[in-house]
Design a protein around this ligand. Structure first.
Ligand SMILES: Cc1ncc(COP(=O)(O)O)c(C=O)c1O
Length: 502
């Protein structure tokens, strides 16, 4: 008998229904599975490459005509999916900007899915949870709350896109036209935005999506600390104006993805005020460190930004996906996006009305209950917990930098601003040859990744291949960063003497 026949004494239901007692039992088993998984992560390899057959089995799996039993499906998950995690749950994972999930956020996702509201708007609790969680985030980074509108989005890329869309709308309005009405097809002066050479690629993608073209992104050189060079920016703005272009926005970084550099926000805010440009700050990785008193001075000027992109699914460990955009002039953001078809019209405080709808401030109509995992994670941490978590990671990065500096065969390639350390394996006799070192370090990274002992990724700094370790795990210790250094040095020493296989 199959579950879809509906006469089973176990299910008494037709999929997707699950009998409440069965659901409870299954749920308890899953909580046990998740608890064991989370508790045992440290004992397992950080990452385990999948065998070709394992990949194929998953890709080619055939969907049955009749529904499967929930137990069978969970068992399949346990054996075929769970053992092949990306690795970012492990305390020795230092790759990209991917944190482990905060345990309370894992549970929050279950609760959010059980309620399953659309957070487009309306008078229901999820909406007010999002309002509160976004305000907490705004307060934690000391950004002004009065008049600011913020909303949760999928991640930093979309947060940057929304911020820049608001900037584009503002610039057109300043010049007396409507980008929403005209689009970009009516022969207006070409808009230009500025970001540093170290700015994130999603800014360029946003410029492309907004119809500005990648040519609208003026890449500004960086100083010796990988921060935007303000003198070079001034010169670029003047040159662009002289050649008939319309500078409209500076997209600064508060924590670049490569090295964690924080652009000189106060100087940029002054410059934007003088030049009448929109200041957007990409703080997807680093804005949250504004909460840490010892780092606060570096974020001076952030409070003058017109828009900020944050990513609670990075440093705050809110399970993906959870990004956030803040726009200082909330009404302007609404003007840039609001389009309410008749079937969605409501009035405040009448029927389902509630506050102005989130869907009027962004691109999504139906919106998930992302806010719950942020709301719960922030409450679990408290303001002090946020400062403690981020501050601890910065201290660990400095410790790692110290180990790198003390090792004769390692070379650090960038200052440590936040929780990223960039370095390379560079024994003295190879230091003169960047090309050889680039190839060698790429192999070091790949072998360390495949080893399962630790995981780090890469960036390129001034043409040099850098091993890049980003510390974001709440359970990472000094012993973990020491283990990373050991495995890099051992791998490097072995590869220097081993002939290349490819
Ligand atoms: C500085 C910065 N900006 C933007 C992004 C893009 O964020 P997401 O991957 O959440 O879309 C990242 C991702 O690493 C980042 O580090």
């Amino acid at each position: 008998m199959t579950p879809s026949e509906g006469t089973s004494t176990v299910d008494k239901t037709t999929p997707p229904k699950i009998d409440p007692e069965h659901f409870r039992r299954l749920g308890h088993e899953l909580v046990d599975l998740v608890s064991d998984y989370l508790a045992g992560i440290r004992e397992r390899p950080v990452f385990r490459p999948m065998k070709p057959a394992e990949r194929e089995t998953l890709i080619q799996e055939v969907l049955g005509e009749t529904g499967a039993h929930p137990e069978t499906i969970v068992e399949r998950f346990r054996t075929a999916v769970l053992p092949h995690a990306m690795g970012n749950g492990h305390p020795r994972f230092f790759g990209w900007v991917n944190s482990p999930p905060a345990p309370i956020g894992v549970l929050a996702d279950l609760l959010a899915a059980a309620m399953n509201p659309s957070c487009a708007g309306g008078d229901h609790a999820a909406i007010y949870v999002e309002r509160a969680a976004v305000r907490w985030l705004t307060e934690v980074i000391s950004f002004p709350t009065e008049g600011t509108m913020g909303l949760l989005v999928s991640g930093g890329s979309v947060a940057n896109l929304i911020g820049l869309a608001a900037a584009r709308h503002w610039a057109a309005a300043q010049d007396g036209w409507s980008v929403r009405g005209e689009g970009l097809q009516c022969g207006r002066l070409p808009l230009v935005l500025y970001m540093s050479e170290e700015g994130h690629s999603c800014i360029q993608r946003a410029a492309e999506l907004l119809g500005l073209g990648s040519g609208a992104v003026h890449s500004v050189p960086v100083d010796e600390r990988f921060r935007m060079d303000v003198l070079a920016l001034r010169a670029a703005i003047a040159a662009d104006r002289a050649s008939g272009r319309r500078p409209f926005c500076v997209a600064a970084s508060a924590g670049t993805v490569g090295t964690g550099a924080i652009d000189p926000l106060a100087e940029l805010a002054d410059l934007c005020a003088t030049e009448r440009l929109w200041l957007h700050v990409d703080g997807a990785y680093g804005a949250i460190a504004a909460a840490v008193p010892t780092r606060r001075a570096r974020y001076s000027g952030l409070e003058h930004a017109d828009s900020v992109a944050l990513d609670p699914h990075k440093w705050l460990s809110v399970p993906v996906e959870c990004g956030c955009v803040l726009v200082r002039d909330g009404q302007l953001l609404r003007d840039a996006f609001s389009l309410v078809p008749p079937y969605l019209r409501t009035e405040p405080d009448r029927g389902f009305g509630g506050l102005p709808w989130f869907s009027e401030y962004g691109v999504q109509q139906t919106r998930g209950f992302r806010a719950l995992k942020l709301w719960m994670t922030l409450q679990h941490l408290g303001r002090d917990g946020v400062r403690g978590l981020v501050g601890r990671h910065i201290a660990l990065a400095q410790h790692l930098a110290g180990l790198v500096d003390a090792a004769p065969d390692l070379e650090r390639l960038a200052p440590v601003e936040l929780s990223i350390v960039c370095f390379r394996y560079a024994p003295a006799h190879l230091r003169a040859d960047d090309e050889d070192l680039n190839a060698l370090n790429k192999r070091v990274m790949e072998e360390v990744q495949a080893s399962g002992a630790a995981f780090l990724t890469q960036t390129t700094l001034r043409g040099r291949f850098a091993l890049r370790a980003c510390i974001l795990h709440y359970a990472t210790t000094k012993a973990d960063v020491a283990a990373l250094v050991d495995v890099v040095r051992e791998t490097g020493a072995r590869l220097v003497v081993e002939p290349r296989k490819d």
